[in-house]
Design a protein around this ligand. Structure first.
Ligand SMILES: [Zn+2]
Length: 284
């Protein structure tokens, strides 16, 4: 897992309910300190994600800030799990940052900090977040997508823009503006390869997508920071594991202990030395 980062134990202000929810039988005295100290800023991704299966097909880290959105279509009606399986073997040499199923569920395949291998252009993918959307219609429909998938796409792109400081989404349908993100910061696969991607249905929606996302960005300016939790499924070493993700200031955190517990062979143990304010990670 790339880009693991320990966070300052004192930098999170967790409510009693959140602490209780996460404490999992820890003794009262050490509960808060333990929880705070072992939070790990794990992977950089949207809190809208409900399924994670990290693909090995990526370049870590990306070499450019995120300033572009590239929407793809799957050219098929894969679930987020199936799409994750497609991107899982390294022989596939392909991935995307996110996937959205026809049911509207959102998956992470490549950490936002890393470059996905999606758009047949290294320079595009180093600066873009790439999103594969499932199609509930075939080529004759211009690779139609469901309303659920479309709504999730708007939600996801708005969230990506907000967290990555993209103030406005710009689309002109003009491939001569590739890389000129002050004029256009959405790109499509068909500009880089002989492909129909992202399908005419989504391609023709690009103006609407930009408008709807920009409305959202304008509305969301006043939101307060808060801490919430969400259940996620992470695929670790090929094994699906339920984890609690803690969302704070739009970033996801997981506990080191949960990651250690998720190792099926018990190779890691995590404990908290409260006297010395030290996290102790032991490898067997
Ligand atoms: Zn594509």
């Amino acid at each position: 897992m790339a880009n693991l980062k320990l966070i300052n134990p004192n930098s999170l202000d967790l409510s009693d309910e959140i602490l209780e929810e996460l404490s999992n039988g820890r003794e009262d005295g050490e509960k808060e300190e333990f929880l705070k100290a072992v939070l790990l800023k794990a992977i950089h991704y949207s809190s809208l994600v409900s399924y994670i299966k990290l693909s090995p097909n990526c370049t870590s880290p990306r070499n450019h800030i995120i300033d572009t959105i590239t929407i793809h279509c799957m050219a098929g009606n894969a679930t987020v799990e199936t799409c994750g399986n497609i991107f899982a073997p390294s022989s596939r040499q392909a991935s995307s940052n996110y996937g959205i199923g026809t049911d509207g569920r959102i998956a992470l395949y490549v950490d936002e900090s890393n470059r996905s291998w999606a758009t047949s252009s290294q320079s595009n993918d180093h600066r873009a977040i790439t999103i594969e959307v499932a199609n509930d219609g075939d080529a004759s429909t211009g690779w139609h997508v469901s309303d659920e998938a479309y709504i999730s796409l708007i939600n996801l792109v708005a969230d990506i823009c907000k967290r990555n400081n993209i103030k406005q989404l710009l689309w002109q349908g003009d491939n001569s503006l590739i890389g000129q993100t002050n004029q256009q910061n959405m790109t499509v696969h068909r500009w880089f390869a002989n492909k129909a991607c992202c399908g005419d249905y989504l391609y023709n929606k690009h103006f609407d997508i930009a408008n709807e996302v920009n409305n959202r960005l304008n509305q969301d300016n006043q939101e307060e920071d808060e801490v919430t939790t969400t259940a996620i499924t992470a695929s670790m070493n090929g094994k699906d594991t339920k984890l609690t993700s803690i969302i704070y200031n739009g970033e996801n955190y997981v506990r080191i202990r949960d990651l250690a517990d998720a190792q099926s062979d018990d190779k890691l143990t995590v404990s908290w030395d409260s006297a010395n304010s030290k996290v102790i990670i032991t490898s067997k």
